[in-house]
Design a binder for this molecule. Structure first.
Ligand SMILES: [Zn+2]
Ligand SMILES: [Zn+2]
Length: 140
């Protein structure tokens, strides 16, 4: 298995690579991720910014003000609308990449669920995973 992961948006206009191995995923049940995904929330690989490279296309950016008052930049394909990744305005060194845009995530599993207090009643949360009602205390 190579440690370089590849991914894209639905239409293929945007492609990216992640140059570090990813095995653990974090599911976010915040209301913003629900609206942005049109689903139960988002499932993400949290990776160093330096490991992430856009190899094709240019995502659009939406600046959202989180419940905490922080600005979160959400990057998405302007053609097909796929959410690709996000980061806090103040911490671009940590990126949160939408796992559903990865070409292959067969070696990954959800190990943490965050913002479970706003989880939809029909969201599935693995009881064996770590769970936080809101944002975890320590940045991960
Ligand atoms: Zn697209
Ligand atoms: Zn979220």
């Amino acid at each position: 298995m190579t440690s370089t992961q590849t991914g894209s948006c639905l239409c293929g206009a945007i492609r990216y690579t992640i140059s570090v191995p990813v095995t653990e995923l974090r599911a976010c049940h915040c209301t913003h991720c629900q609206k942005a995904s049109g689903a139960a929330g988002s499932v993400n690989a949290v990776v160093p910014g330096a490991s992430f490279n856009i190899t094709q296309g240019a995502p659009k950016r939406y600046a959202a003000t989180a419940e905490s008052g922080r600005t979160l930049y959400r990057y998405f394909c302007g053609d097909c609308g796929s959410p690709i990744y996000s980061h806090r305005a103040t911490t671009p060194e940590t990126l949160v990449v939408r796992a559903g845009t990865l070409d292959d995530s067969s070696a990954m599993k959800i190990t943490m669920n965050i913002w479970t207090r706003s989880a939809r009643p029909w969201a599935w949360i693995d009881p064996a995973s770590k769970q936080h009602p809101a944002q975890p205390e320590a940045p991960s």
